[in-house]
Each structure stands twice: as structure tokens, then as C-alpha cells.
Design a protein around this ligand. Sequence first.
Ligand code: XIL
Length: 322
Amino acid sequence: SAQLNKLAKAAGKLYFGSATDNGELSDRSYVNILSNTDEFGQLTPANGQKWEYTEPSQGSFSYTSGDQIANLAASNGQLLRCHTLVWYSQLPSWATVNSGSWNANTLTSVVNTHISNVVGHYKGKCYAWDVVNEALNDDGTYRPNVFYNVLGDSYFALAFKAAAAADPNAKLYYNDYNIENPGSKQAGVVKIVKLVKAAGAKIDGVGMQAHLIVGSTPSQSQLQSAIQSYVGAGVTEVAYTELDIRFSSLPPTSSGLTQQANDYSAVTKACLAEKACIGITIWDYTDKYSWIPGVFPGQGDALIYDSNLNKKPAWTSISSVL
Ligand code: XIL
């Protein structure tokens, strides 16, 4: 039967992919579906490449978790999206607890060292890197974090330049949530793209995380407008990088599952309609391993396979749109 990555590629996209995480890889039924390249042509490590894992103490690097997923993607013949380099969250305590002691010179060196080592380690293996993640508040202003507090908005170009130097062939992305439709935060992303380019740094893409809510998913035309705004700002590609569409209360009704299917098709259609949209990644493929219930208590069932690894109506709607 027609499967998602195969259909996406036939429609001119680069991949339909999934996030995954180390703890899940002992589940053989789960891994069998994850590794089927007709279904998923791309993987993203949900955690293993984050700063707290890759540089747990200053200057000491660890790639065990990230490599496990990079190696799985390589042995399956799947693309790898690499995630993420500069983010306020999941930082090791040495970077945040000591933040009062950083100055522009020391923190610049910390960022350069981190990026040159991590991107250097994965050189040639990443289709793309999420270089800066979640730098904006919902009103489009810069989120106060250790990087912004010490370096101001110069940390964007610093990070993109360091990543480009360490792997000239990786596509470099700015990645964030609530930027899937026009508004203050989307305008903030346009500003960041222009800022990075004006500083002479390379930025190739905008990643729209797309952690959406059933019934509140933007319309296809709103989704397309946001994509067009990023292309207008100067990136050559965009992607849905962490797609999931959750129920804000559980359990879902059958009409709720139909609504969820329609919301997934709106996102898929928007990507299909915009040439710059190169692919869609779901933030894991099954409700069994979704991050949503842990972070949004009482919410969930956000994915396209249920907890028993059976396809949901959302899977069918995506496959029929593709
Ligand atoms: C999430 C992971 O899925 C969880 O396992 C972890 O506990 C927290 O982070 N935006 C991002 C992702 O960019 O890195 C986050 O992933 C989800 C929100």
C-alpha cells in the first residue's frame, strides 16, 4: 500500500520523516515501522544532540545518544535532521548556573567551541541543522536567555557562521513554534532571517515546529502565507520539523479524530502547494512515545499511529492528500 515517504517523494518533496528517541529503540515493532523507508525517509533525534547530552561538562563532548540515531538513519538509508545547537532549554547546568560569569568574549568562545565540535562530529551526516531554536517570545520579541542576555542579537550570526564553518554542506535552519501562520511571532522570524543575512552569515531554512492543536490548526491559506513570508525574507527552503496535532482534552471523540485528520491534511496540503516546503517531520510517529502528555498534562493523542502502532484517520488523510 502507498506509504508516506514514498508518496511525499513522488509529489516532489525530499522526505516524510519522524523524530525518535534512544529509549524507544529497544521496541522492535516500533523500530520496524520507523525503519521502513517507504514510510519514513528521514529521522530527527528528539534529544540526543542537545547541549546537555553533547557537552555535559564544559569542553567534554559525548555523542553516544546522538550517534545511535544517526547510525540508525544511515543504516536504513534515511536522511538525518540534526537538532539543535543553540537553545535556552536542555542546557547543561555549567552553562546556565555560571551564566552570571559569562561576558561577550567567554560566551562567544563557549558557543564557537560547542558548535565547531558538535557540527564537526556530524559533518557530512546532517541534511540540516537546527542552528538556533526557539529564540522568540510569542509577541515576537527576543526571548531572554543566556545567549541574548550576554551577546544581544549578535548571537544569531555567531551561531550560523560557526555552523557553516564546521559543515559547509549542511542546510542551516532557524526553528521555532507558533510560527506556522502570520502574526507577531512569524514577523519575528522574518526579522531574524534578515538579521542573519545582513550579518553576512548563511541561513538556508526556517523550521516550523508545528506543535498544533486539533480544531485550532491554521487554515491552509494561513499556513501558505507564513511559508511565503520566509521565502520572501530570503531562505530557500522551509520544513515542518516537529509536527504533532494534539487533543487538548482526552479521550477524543470519533468526530475529533476526523477533525485531527483534516488538520493534518491542511498542513500536508500547504507543504505540497509551496515548492519551498521540502518535507514534513512528525515529532515521533506514535502516541505511544509522544512528548505531549509529559509536558501538557491531560492532552495528547497527537500523532498518526495510536499507542498500539495502528494507523489513525490522520494517517489515512495524509496519505490520500499526498
Ligand atoms: C522535546 C522532547 O521530545 C522531549 O523528550 C524532551 O523531554 C523535551 O524536548 N521543541 C523542540 C524539541 O524543539 O526539542 C522538543 O522536544 C519539543 C519542543
